[in-house]
Design a protein around this ligand. Structure first.
Ligand SMILES: O=C[C@H](O)[C@H](O)[C@H](O)COP(=O)(O)O
Length: 220
């Protein structure tokens, strides 16, 4: 199966986790696009969606799925999103599509994070995928230097990208994220950091992994 077919497979499988009558939290990315397209087939059975990016909002609306302002919503049963890496504890690196801050906000509203990904995303130790960090532009150089001195990471600003919140993304290479919670706590304290792309405190409770043998379900 191709990677696109694996994404379509898990996008479809995630429908089983949608609670009828509820508001669904919707992530961002190519895997989530498959989920949004599948969700359209049951749009009359849900109360709407809370979206984590302008791109996902546009796709949801194109399907006629109502998108609610996150400020109008106090809780949702599930948040469904992809990941750039996921480890065997359900911790994730996210932000390859620059949507990490809004993703964490919507994930925080949810009782359960359901991660959908193809099998290439499952890793023993995260860090091979450059860690995305959303940073207020005036702090970018400081954050880059701090990654080098504190973690030995090589960081750079992602060229040509401005987030939905008007900030830059700093991508950090050369990390071994052996203690995701500690690194998330630490980096989130640095002035100018809006969100680090480690989802440790908002980890996946379920991961639907697309494999050539079918969907493998991991519970954390
Ligand atoms: O900012 C983007 C998100 O964190 C995505 O969920 C992540 O990059 C995975 O995207 P994709 O499904 O396209 O691999």
């Amino acid at each position: 199966m191709t990677q696109d077919e694996l994404k379509a497979l898990v996008g479809q499988a995630a429908l089983a986790y949608v609670v009828p009558g509820s508001i669904v939290g919707v992530g961002t990315g190519s895997t989530v696009n498959c989920f949004i397209d599948a969700l359209a087939t049951m749009k009359d059975q849900i109360a709407g969606a809370v979206s984590s990016s302008i791109k996902s909002t546009e796709r949801l609306k194109a399907h006629g799925i109502p998108v609610l302002d996150s400020n109008e919503v106090t809780a949702i049963p599930v948040y469904i999103d992809g990941a750039d890496e996921i480890d065997h504890h359900g911790y994730m690196v996210k932000g390859g599509g620059a949507a990490l801050t809004r993703e964490k906000i919507v994930a925080d509203l949810a009782e359960r994070f359901i991660c959908i990904a193809d099998e290439s995303k499952l890793v023993d130790v995260m860090g091979a995928f450059p860690l995305p960090v959303e940073v207020i532009p005036m702090a970018a150089s400081q954050v880059i230097r701090r990654f080098a001195s504190q973690y030995g990471g090589q960081a750079s600003i992602r060229a040509g990208v401005t987030t939905d919140n008007g900030n830059v993304i700093v991508d950090v290479r050369g990390l071994q994220i052996s203690d995701p919670l500690a690194m998330e706590n630490e980096v989130n304290q640095w002035p100018g950091v809006v969100t680090v792309g480690i989802f440790g405190h908002h980890k996946a409770r379920v991961c639907l992994l697309g494999t050539s043998q079918g969907v493998r379900t991991l519970n954390f």
